[in-house]
Design a protein around this ligand. Structure first.
Ligand code: OGA
Ligand code: MN
Length: 208
C-alpha cells in the first residue's frame, strides 16, 4: 500500500526520535469502514471500562484513565481485515529495517468520553514487557483546537510534543521508553490503539 521509501522514512524517524507521526495513514474508505464498525460496537454496548496492569494486579482506576475499550479479534472482526493487513505490513517493515523480531499484535478501539484522560505512563508493564511498538490511529472527524484530548509525548530534552488526535493520523512510538499522557478531552474521542509484540500475546491479553 505504501512505497518502500515511505516506510523507510517513517521507520528512520521512529528509530531516531522514538516516535513518528504519519498523517493520512489510512484511506478515506478504510476510515469510514472503521468508523462504521466502531459505531456499531458502541450501539451494541460492547465497550468496557479500561483498566491498568495485567492479570495479577489489574485495576480499574478512573483517576488514572477514563477510557472505554473494545478488544479486536482478527478472526471475529473481519470487517477490519484491511487494517490488520496494514499492521502486518508494518511489522514486516520494522523486522526488516530495524532488525526487530515482532511476531504479533493486539489492538483495541478506545473511546474517551468528555472529561476523560489517561495520566502519564509507559505502555510496558513490569510483569509483561512484550509490547515493543505502540500504534495509535485517530478516528476523530472534525477535531478542532480546544476539543482537547491531545496526546502529549514527554521528551528527555523537555521539548514535549503535543499530537492532535486528527482523523486518519497515526502515531508510532517505542512502548518501553516513551512516556505519554492523553490530555483531558472535551469531546468524544476515538482511536484504534494497539501494540506490536515480540512474543505472541499471552494471558494478559484480555485485561491489559
Ligand atoms: C494507551 C494510550 C494514547 C492515545 O491507550 O495506552 O496511551 O492517544 N493511548 O490514545
Ligand atoms: Mn499508552
Amino acid at each position: 500500500m505504501f512505497s518502500e521509501d515511505q516506510w523507510i522514512d517513517w521507520v528512520d524517524r521512529l528509530a531516531q526520535d522514538d516516535y513518528t507521526i504519519i498523517d493520512d495513514f489510512i484511506s478515506e474508505s478504510l476510515y469510514q469502514d472503521i468508523r462504521a464498525f466502531l459505531r456499531r460496537q458502541q450501539e451494541e454496548e460492547e465497550f468496557a471500562k479500561a483498566g491498568i496492569g495485567t492479570m495479577g494486579d489489574y485495576q480499574i482506576k478512573t483517576s488514572v484513565r477514563g477510557d472505554f475499550v473494545y478488544w479486536l479479534d482478527t478472526k471475529r472482526d473481519q470487517e477490519l481485515t484491511p487494517f490488520f493487513e496494514l499492521a502486518q505490513e508494518m511489522i514486516a517493515t520494522l523486522n526488516r529495517y530495524c532488525y526487530l523480531s515482532l511476531s504479533g499484535s493486539e489492538f483495541h478501539l478506545a473511546y474517551y468520553p468528555p472529561g476523560a484522560f489517561y495520566h502519564r505512563h509507559l505502555d510496558q508493564f513490569r510483569e509483561r514487557n512484550n509490547r515493543l511498538i505502540s500504534v495509535v490511529l485517530y478516528l476523530n472527524e472534525g477535531w478542532q483546537p480546544g476539543d482537547g484530548g491531545e496526546l502529549k509525548i514527554f521528551r528527555p530534552d523537555g521539548n514535549d510534543v503535543l499530537c492532535e488526535p486528527l482523523a486518519r493520523r497515526c502515531i508510532l512510538f517505542k512502548s518501553d521508553v516513551v512516556e505519554h499522557e492523553v490530555l483531558l478531552t472535551h469531546t468524544d474521542r476515538y482511536s484504534l490503539t494497539g501494540w506490536l509484540l515480540y512474543q505472541p500475546a499471552s494471558l494478559g491479553y484480555l485485561l491489559a
